[in-house]
Design a protein around this ligand. Sequence first.
Ligand SMILES: *Cc1c(COP(=O)(O)O)cnc(C)c1O
Length: 403
Amino acid sequence: MTTPSPLLPAFARSELAFARGEGARLFTADGTSYLDFAAGIAVNSLGHCHPHLVAALKAQAETLWHVSNMYRIPEQEKLGARLVEATFADYAFFTNSGAEALEASIKMARKYHAAKGAPERYRLITFEGAFHGRTLATIAAGGQAKYLEGFGPKVDGFDQVPFADHEAVRAAIGPHTAGILIEPLQGEGGIRPVPPQCLRGLRALCDEHGLLLIFDEVQTGVGRTGKLFAHEWANVTPDIMAIAKGIGGGFPIGACLSTKEAGIGMTAGTHGTTFGGNPLACAVGNAVLDVVLAPGFLDHVNDVAGYAKQKLAALKDRHPQVIEAVRGEGLMMGLKVIPPVGDVVQALRKQHLLTVGAGDNTVRLLPPLVITRGDVDEALVSLENACREFETARASSTKGEAA
Ligand SMILES: *Cc1c(COP(=O)(O)O)cnc(C)c1O
């Protein structure tokens, strides 16, 4: 008999447990190796136990972990300055997670209008298929029934429109609208890219109506798509941006970045966090940036992503009964599949390739950004094997039907 788990059964966990990680590989206690194209859901941006991150974490652990935002935190100031330098932003507010970065973004947008004398402008327009986190406000922002169900009244202030529907956005703008919140490329929703002209259209609508444009780059950020941030592909900038996942490389850290103007309402005492931006987290964030901002790093991401894209397109052509479409940007890749996505993720696990399921029956491939073409080739062997397995199963079931 198995002992009852002390853990709240809120996750549908696999039986797998890993003991060790190195680069793009994870190892179980018995030494079995898996190629990690999940990267803790786009978190382990530099793979497992990257030597530079390990060194930074160890050095900071022996110096100072936590002091509170009552004091100046040099590591936080340095990380903030680097993020500001590399983006549209003038300010950074550090958090421990993506959802908290979104909460800060949502509060900032509301407070901005309040500070401008229009507190009635508190509503954000969001999009179908969106995912912004699991707090009460972010499940309301995401608007997915399965996450809202049973948790009481939905937090007010979010108006959802169909994905990438410019006219619906225009029609949804009213006297209470504060801004527009969007992922430049939907992650949980199934690796659905927002067309660049749509992002530019949203920027124009915000400028026309005095609204704030908020990008959720929690999953797309920090080099994942081949640019430091995905919105750079569309050549538009937001007023506020939430980041997390990749910036910590596995250490929990997020941030709300904003222009000076968007931050006008967030004066001392209006928002806070105990842990956010502590020395330990920021030391690791700085170490991640040391690598991601180094010359040539994003070129590597784009090179290996281009290679993977070609290989995946050829795979789809060979297996049209399993793979319906290949999509994504950079190393944020999705395979829209025909068998149930959970079955495909499971079949790939059996082939020792780790991936993540997403909405729209899509398998997400989110490898560490440091993978090589050789790793892509290895993943393709697993993908090929899994596709064949589904075709064989399908062929024998149709034979059964005919008989
Ligand atoms: C993961 C994710 C979040 C939530 O981040 P947590 O760290 O889990 O709170 C929000 N938005 C997007 C786009 C995400 O991918």
